[in-house]
Ligand binder design. Structure first.
Ligand SMILES: [Zn+2]
Ligand SMILES: [Zn+2]
Length: 135
């Protein structure tokens, strides 16, 4: 047993892993999420504040769902999200599709670079070895 206080309601519960939130609160949050999701579909022009007030959820919670790409806003929404990298307006998540793609590229590029870098290193070692043999 690993008892912890739920970070949402403060109740003691058996913590198995992940965020310190009890089962009841997890269920409540999931219900909140479904309600907010439905609300956004019904009220595509609602502001973040309106959504939070009308659904009795914190705007922080809503922002977390946005970052997790669980909530998607329409283009008519007053909620303007911006790519954290280039500032492009986006509908959900943290980055625009372009930045996401280039980030994936940068990752594989830097991997390729270290690979060739290592090969060059080996080549240099070979030459050094040759020179050593010559003298
Ligand atoms: Zn709780
Ligand atoms: Zn971007």
């Amino acid at each position: 047993m690993n008892l912890r206080n739920c970070s949402r309601c403060g109740k003691m519960f058996n913590h198995i892993g992940g965020p310190a939130i009890c089962d009841q609160c997890k269920k409540d949050i999931e219900e909140d999420f479904q309600r907010v999701k439905q609300y956004i579909q019904d009220n595509p022009r609602a502001t973040l504040r309106q959504i939070a007030d009308d659904n009795k959820v914190s705007s922080k919670m809503i922002q977390q769902w946005i970052r997790e790409e669980r909530l998607m806003f329409s283009e008519h929404s007053p909620i303007q999200l911006q790519c954290e990298n280039c500032g492009e307006s986006i509908l959900t998540g943290r980055f625009c599709a372009k930045c996401k793609a280039s980030m994936a590229n940068t990752l594989s590029n830097s991997f390729a670079k270290t690979k060739t870098g290592m090969q060059e290193h080996f080549k240099k070692d070979d030459r050094a070895g040759m020179r050593f043999l010559d003298t």
